[in-house]
Design a protein around this ligand. Structure first.
Ligand code: GLA
Length: 735
């Protein structure tokens, strides 16, 4: 029957050119729209959306239309992934039936909180906040109130029962035109590799059971219109802001999802027994960040970059040029060599020196020492002070490497506290990189690690911690809690540890490393200041890794270092200018043995350091733009100032192509109504060309060329054909 019931209020949240519309229907609310901003809607228009939000009744289906609620379950004939899974322990009852029990709509804050209630003594609050950047943050809080009022369950009315939660899954609808998915996979040194698949019937499910988002993290799941690209298409995206196990999915049932076609959702992947809610207990889901854009993947990236940049703790100071010692010396720590490295770093313009792995007790290889966070007197007889003082004498900051959640069996810590290892109840389980996981959810272990780091940060006035996490969690069984699965507890404990250290040491910066890129998510970024994107410093690989890491993070949060000519991870040999041009587009650093560089190399690096310092205000505040090119061997990306008065583009070639010339290539994101002066930035060396350059390039080299933004962004420039593994840096300034 045609529904003309006007009683259920319809609420619209608006922000960042996005609308989110919910009908507060009974028994459960429904999402009527998530996507393009529909403007300020009249009551009659909202009602139109509401009454047209019912699908037909189909063959072999329920006798009433199947509706998609905010918590889809079998109770509303939803046969897809349920919004909640679990059971009452005493009876085995697995079907909590929620109904709306109240709501709060805070219009200025653009927030809607739905309070749901169920007869198994559970309350669920779902909070939706649509911010000015267009990010819709959704959180769920499940609470066991105690008492079971429904006879159907056979539960004890006085409470005392437990609800074993298996999953709380939050999802939003997708329209029929969202037909393709892009998400990510990867491995060590090849992180954030995109994969594109059609939205299937059934479930496109990504489950992460590695105890950290890991190297194959889905990272950001995007569903979009056919062929959506960097600059084109409508895209609906999801990021799970959580550093432990997690799930992402897109699901399409033959009957659709109410009046919608499919759903996108996710949450924390809980292990059996991880969440058992007794009376008064609460479970908080991770925040799910949904974003919609009709400006392609760059539009989605923009929204996340703006969100991250608006955080109160977003780094405000110029991102210091880093020297990291890892690939220069590995475990071979020696004061004399490192002092020379520090002096050379200062001479090229480095601003922060980070002493990597190898400084603590017995740490001469990856086999020993993790857990013993004491400076090794065999290698550092006078402690780290001589090195730290040397660093400071040049006016540079000092950073130190830690891997606090890990333990080697060959360590004092493992000898003293074998019970602190997060491992199967018997044995230790397989090692990874010769190491095991420390159960920091164990209070004493947490305190032990906190005290050690705190003491070192205080003693050496450490400015920066490179916080590593080099293995996955397998059979993470808590010996202090009857063997219960401990991934969630470990994730919460690491958050507590980071929060405590940051609040005690104001200004301390922390990098989330995790084998390079194994823990990049907005949960960890609530308490860290940058990520190490990958251990791969090979610029050919790195161009892609950075381009896709930028899908979520702005460049200032992503460490980008120049490595050795022969990359340690791939053994590919590349030129210094190409390595430097690649490392410019992030929080730049050096991971190369400067002691082995000749004076020409040092002066090129010095010039690059100057360029980085000159350009970082633009690089670390502008909008990231990436061009959609059919030639996979060429990459064009850039940063355009927020007011579009300047921009820096990188035109890079990875390999050869069958086409001889590029044709016109649009430089995206410029102001069509401005003219720009074009300048080739060749301080780090001119790229090698495969041809005589197009005429405009010579004029740009002289700095005498001004062109209109409409042509540059609309039609584009014929770009020179570079030799493989070369990059050209082009600066544009409005005239
Ligand atoms: C991990 C990191 C590297 C380095 C080593 C040290 O692999 O990703 O950058 O710090 O650990 O062991």
């Amino acid at each position: 029957m045609f529904d003309t019931d006007h009683s259920a209020p319809v609420i619209q949240l608006r922000g960042g050119s996005t609308s989110f519309i919910v009908e507060l229907g009974a028994p459960l609310p429904r999402v009527l729209h998530w996507g393009a901003d529909l403007g300020e809607l009249s009551a009659a228009e909202l009602d139109t959306i509401r009454i047209t939000a019912k699908p037909s009744v189909t063959h072999n289906s329920t006798d009433t239309p199947r509706l998609l609620t905010v918590l889809p379950t079998e109770a509303d004939a939803w046969s897809g992934t349920p919004g909640i899974e679990g059971r009452m322990r005493s009876t085995g009852m697995p079907y909590p039936r929620f109904r709306l029990n109240g709501h709060t709509h805070d219009e200025p804050e653009s927030t809607l909180t739905l309070r749901l209630h169920c007869d198994l003594g559970l309350e669920l609050s779902l909070r939706y906040r649509l911010d000015e950047h267009g990010i819709l943050a959704v959180d769920g809080r499940l609470r066991r109130t105690g008492g079971t009022s429904d006879e159907r369950t056979g539960g004890t009315p006085d409470g005392g029962d437990v609800f074993d939660l298996s999953a709380l899954t939050l999802m939003l609808p997708l329209p029929e035109r969202a037909t393709e998915i892009v998400d990510f996979t990867g491995k060590w040194s090849r992180e954030r590799s995109p994969q594109r698949v059609p939205v299937p019937f059934g479930t496109h499910l990504r489950e992460i059971r590695r105890g950290r988002p890991s190297l194959d993290s889905p990272y950001l799941l995007m569903a979009g219109t056919g062929g959506f690209g960097f600059r084109t298409g409508e895209v609906w995206a999801l990021h799970v802001a959580w550093s432990g196990n997690q799930r992402y999915f897109v699901e399409q049932l033959p009957e659709g999802a109410g009046v919608h076609r499919s759903v996108v959702g996710g949450g924390e992947l809980l292990l059996p027994g991880e969440v058992a809610l007794g009376d008064g207990d609460t479970y908080d889901s991770p925040t799910l960040c949904f974003a919609w854009s009709d400006d392609g993947m760059d539009g989605v990236a923009d929204r996340f970059h703006e969100l991250l940049r608006s955080r109160p703790h977003h780094p405000a100071s110029p991102r210091p040029l880093v020297l990291n010692t890892w690939e220069a010396v590995y475990f071979d720590h020696d004061l004399e060599t490192l002092s020379e490295l520090v002096d050379r770093a200062a001479s090229v313009g480095v601003e922060r020196v980070v002493l990597d792995d190898g400084w603590f007790l017995g740490r001469r290889s990856a086999r020993t020492g993790l857990g013993d966070w004491l400076v090794d007197p065999d290698v550092w007889p006078d402690g780290l002070s001589p090195l730290v003082e040397r660093v400071r004498s040049h006016g540079m900051e000092f950073g130190l490497w830690f891997e606090p959640e890990m333990i080697n069996l060959s360590s004092r810590l493992a000898e003293d506290h074998p019970d602190w290892i997060l491992a199967p109840a018997t044995g230790e389980g397989p090692s990874v990189r010769h190491q095991h996981v420390l159960n920091i959810a164990h209070e004493d272990a947490w305190k032990f690690v906190y005290d050690r780091i705190d003491a070192l940060v205080s003693e050496y006035r450490i400015d920066y911690i490179k916080w590593d996490h080099n293995r996955e969690l397998h059979e993470a069984s808590r010996r202090d809690d009857g063997g219960r699965a401990g991934v969630r507890a470990q994730t919460e404990a690491i958050y507590r540890l980071l929060d405590a250290l940051r609040s005690r040491h104001r200004g301390l910066e922390i990098e989330s490393c995790a084998s390079g890129g194994g823990r990049i998510d907005l949960g960890i970024l609530q308490r860290t200041d940058r990520v190490w994107a990958s251990d791969c410093n090979d610029p050919v690989e790195r161009q892609q890794i950075q381009r896709w890491t930028g899908q979520l993070l702005p460049p200032e949060l992503v460490g980008t270092h120049v490595g050795a000519a022969e990359a340690h991870s791939t053994r590919r040999v590349t030129s210094l200018p190409f390595r430097l041009a690649t490392a410019l587009f992030g929080h730049a650093g050096i991971e190369l043995n400067l002691n082995a560089c000749d004076s020409d190399e040092l002066s090129t690096i010095r010039a690059w350091a100057g360029l980085y310092k000159e350009l970082r205000p633009l690089l670390h505040s502008g909008r990231v733009v990436r061009a959609d090119l059919t030639d996979e061997q060429t990459l064009l990306h850039g940063i355009v100032a927020a007011d579009r008065t300047s921009a820096l583009f990188s035109w890079a070639r990875l390999g050869t192509s069958p086409a001889i010339t590029s044709g016109r290539v649009p430089l995206p994101g410029l102001d069509p109504d401005r003219r720009y002066r074009l300048r080739l930035r060749a301080e780090i060396g001119r790229p090698e060309l495969n041809e005589h350059p197009p005429g405009w390039l010579a004029a740009a080299e002289e700095g005498s060329l001004s062109l209109g933004g409409r042509t540059l962004s609309g039609l584009g420039l014929p770009m020179p054909t570079l030799q493989p593994q070369q990059a050209l840096l082009l600066q544009l300034d409005a005239v």
